[in-house]
Write a protein that binds this ligand. Sequence first.
Ligand code: FAD
Length: 374
Amino acid sequence: MANGVRIGIAGAGLGGVAAAGLLERAGFDVVLFDQAPAFSRLGAGIQFGPNVLKILAHLDGLDKKLEAISCLPDYWVSRKWDDGSVMAKIPLNAERERYGAPYITIHRGDLHQAMLDCISPERVRWGHKLVDFVDNGRDVTLSFENGKTETVDILVGADGINSCVREKIFGVSEAVYTGWIAHRAIIPGAAAKSLGADVNAKWWSDDRHIVCYYLDRNEDEFYLVTGEPAEWTSRAGQLPSSQDALREAFKGFHPLVQGYIDATDVVTKWPLKTRAPLPVWYQGRTVLMGDSCHPMKPHMAQGAAMAVEDAAVLARCLKELGTKDLDHTFRAYDEARKERATKVQSISNANTWLRQPEDPYWCYGDNVYDLAIG
Ligand code: FAD
């Protein structure tokens, strides 16, 4: 164990789970807390680029396990909303050797479960909503809604866009609604195939888009996720929606898109929120990562990717620079991550990624294990 140092992670989302797995392998005594009563299989898809797969390889070959069950698109195709003409065709697995790892699309629940399987189960505490913590300079005492307390040497805030950890450091502030929602639905892969689907495509009009891809190696499920301007007044993180709402929002889009919408059953909608970049990602014995410090609109499909990259760099900093001078270690982490995460946040929020032909190598080709730390 890394000098018996105990690290508490608030949030068992994709970022927190990656951090737990990597820190456990670096020899730390990790404990992962989440407010949810148990793991649940969120009905959504996710894309993970080669920049993330290179990190997941460090979780006992998780990259290979995911590759075996995921869809591996050769290209990303950007299409014009009405006539379907190709605006950009970007190599993904077609240039796998160049990027250094595969590009996968997968069911988010399957990905999350596979990542959780890489952590010793006794390290995960469901039903633990962090409500307060006190950093007394020597350690950090965590208080949970269920009345329990825990003492750790370091607290990692991986608790998402409404982070309690960020709030405690920087004060309470509402996330900013961007004026956009995302509709999400999964249709049978056979329905998509019979219509003649691209393996991974984004259909763009001037003010909205729909992204479509398979979720598994057998192409059994096909995922639709949109970005569209809409009002949002609810405090809920998601709401039920309908096929009719989707049809109305994408009226006039190409017949292939109409065919996908006709095949939907359960449709949900999500508000897309963001926050301004933070000046610093740490204070005392506490450090932030993922959506807790750089949430973004999801249009670059790199939000969770940035959380996993944060996890890997944080684990490297703690292991390589040690925990005696945390200010130095956390500053090195902050400096190593902030420029890239902020760049991705800004492009993702602008929704310009791969709309036109461009080389995504700076993003997908990156390997956080090549970074000079400190
Ligand atoms: P989260 O995933 O939000 O996890 C936070 C965790 O903390 C949750 O489990 C929550 O229960 C827990 N928590 C919260 N508060 C507390 C508390 N007080 N105490 C204890 N636990 C707490 N990213 C990609 O890389 N690729 C994609 O294709 C992609 N597609 C997306 C599509 C949509 C429509 C959206 C909305 C996002 C998408 N993203 C994608 C972005 C991605 O979902 C987020 O950036 C990512 O989930 C952030 O991970 P995280 O671990 O930082 O936070």
